[in-house]
Design a binder for this molecule. Structure first.
Ligand SMILES: N[C@@H](CCC(=O)N[C@@H](CS)C(=O)NCC(=O)O)C(=O)O
Length: 238
């Protein structure tokens, strides 16, 4: 039975971290939110899943993965679950624990990137908090983004490469690829200045994985836009 991914239609968002893991795994899945409502998809299906319509432990927010009887939320938990079942993380428990550590750090960076355009209130329009966003984004570009990226550069060096966990690619590499792509979209100037060359190489290495390369060319891959986590507002790029 194919996996069923529930995520908001119209933006890659946090759903994309799950899609990349499923695509690299070669695991069949239905992107339910992108189906027409007449086929049981659309935002309505995501809202229903969020409200617990799939059963199990209720999710708080999408992405939500349905795998048979399992209903699982939290991007890092979903990626780990897929990764452990589809060879996207080494088998030994220490490597798996480190993968979770790194994935949670990726998700911390995602949350901070999001907060650059919504520093005051998640439910308010960007335009209503633009002034605070300019301040928040400047701090993100100058301090937080280099701190996170410097951290991942050190992880890569400590692993011996060429991947974050060493010799084989993991779901964490896929997720870092997505964050780097998002930062490049949202903050092209800061990206060119701040992203270490080693991480840019890692991004290219992920893009060249055969399953990922095919996915990136497919209509399943969605472009970044100003509804998602990574938004291009030139005033936030300094
Ligand atoms: N920590 C969660 C965050 C989930 C989250 O914030 N999802 C967003 C979409 S990307 C959402 O729909 N949030 C609704 C809410 O928080 O009420 C994860 O990584 O999955």
């Amino acid at each position: 039975m194919p996996y069923r991914l529930y995520y908001w239609p119209g933006l890659p968002g946090r759903g994309e971290f799950v899609r990349l893991a499923l695509e690299e795994a070669g695991a069949p899945y239905v992107d339910v939110g992108r189906l027409p409502a007449s086929e049981g998809g659309g935002a309505g299906a995501v809202v229903a899943a969020r409200k617990g319509a799939l059963g199990g432990i209720p999710p708080f927010a999408p992405p939500i993965l349905q795998a048979g009887d399992l209903v699982l939320a939290q991007t890092a938990a979903i990626c780990a679950w897929i990764g452990e079942r589809h060879g996207l993380v080494p088998a030994d428990p220490e490597a798996r624990a480190h993968a979770v550590q790194l994935q949670l750090t990726v998700m911390d960076l995602v949350a901070e990137a999001h907060d650059t355009h919504h520093p005051l209130a998640i439910g308010e329009y960007y335009e209503a908090q633009r002034e605070a966003a300019v301040v928040k984004a400047a701090q993100f570009r100058k301090e937080r983004m280099p701190a996170f990226l410097g951290y991942f550069k050190r992880v890569l060096a400590a692993s011996g490469g060429p991947w974050l966990l060493g010799e084989t690619r993991s779901y964490v590499d896929l997720s870092l690829f997505q964050v780097l792509s998002g930062l490049d979209y949202a903050f092209p100037q800061a990206y060119a200045r701040e992203v270490p060359a080693e991480l840019q190489v890692l991004r290219q290495r992920v893009a060249a994985l055969p399953n990922i390369a095919a996915y990136l060319l497919s209509s399943r891959r969605q472009a970044f836009n100003e509804h998602g986590i990574f938004r291009r507002y030139p005033e936030l790029d300094g």
